[in-house]
Design a protein around this ligand. Structure first.
Ligand SMILES: [Zn+2]
Length: 156
């Protein structure tokens, strides 16, 4: 159920249709989706422990796993891979442990709004969890985060 809601929220976020706003607010009411990660990234609730997706200043991708208190915890056997950008010429990302996080080997390609498919395995024998969303790097006009990590209830 939770995964379904998360998927619905993702689709709504991608749709950017004002008419869906009331519907979205009703859903958000029931689920605790609206907090940013400790580094200002997008918190992914589809995996346990949850993790934060962040685009760093150099456009590399960083995944940080979060404890119950929402603070960073060291990765413990999780593996992450991603593919994104233009469909005709997708960029593949491999992640390696850097400090308390997993960081991609290559940066995001150019562009302010790129589709991304993130595959997370919480353990070597665990089922892979796939997150698909648009990495929108424009600044949200009404909160302090970028659109991909926006914590507002509104659609743009
Ligand atoms: Zn916002």
């Amino acid at each position: 159920m939770k995964a379904k809601l998360a998927l619905t929220a993702t689709l709504l976020a991608l749709a950017c249709v004002p008419a869906l706003r009331a519907d979205k607010e009703e859903k958000d009411h029931k689920h605790e989706h609206k907090e940013a990660g400790p580094n200002g990234g997008r918190v992914l609730h589809s995996v346990e422990p949850h993790c934060e997706f962040l685009v760093m200043a150099d456009r590399k991708l960083q995944i940080t796993f979060l404890g119950e208190d929402g603070k960073a915890i060291a990765p413990a056997g999780q593996t992450v891979s991603a593919v994104g950008g233009e469909r005709s010429k997708p960029t593949k990302f491999a992640f390696a442990k850097t400090g308390n996080a997993l960081v991609s080997d290559v940066p995001l390609p150019e562009g302010n709004k790129l589709p991304l498919v993130l595959t997370i395995k919480t353990a070597p024998d665990a089922k892979a969890v796939v997150e698909k969303f648009a990495v929108d790097l424009s600044n949200c006009p009404t909160c302090e985060y970028k659109e991909y990590a926006c914590t507002c209830d509104h659609e743009h």
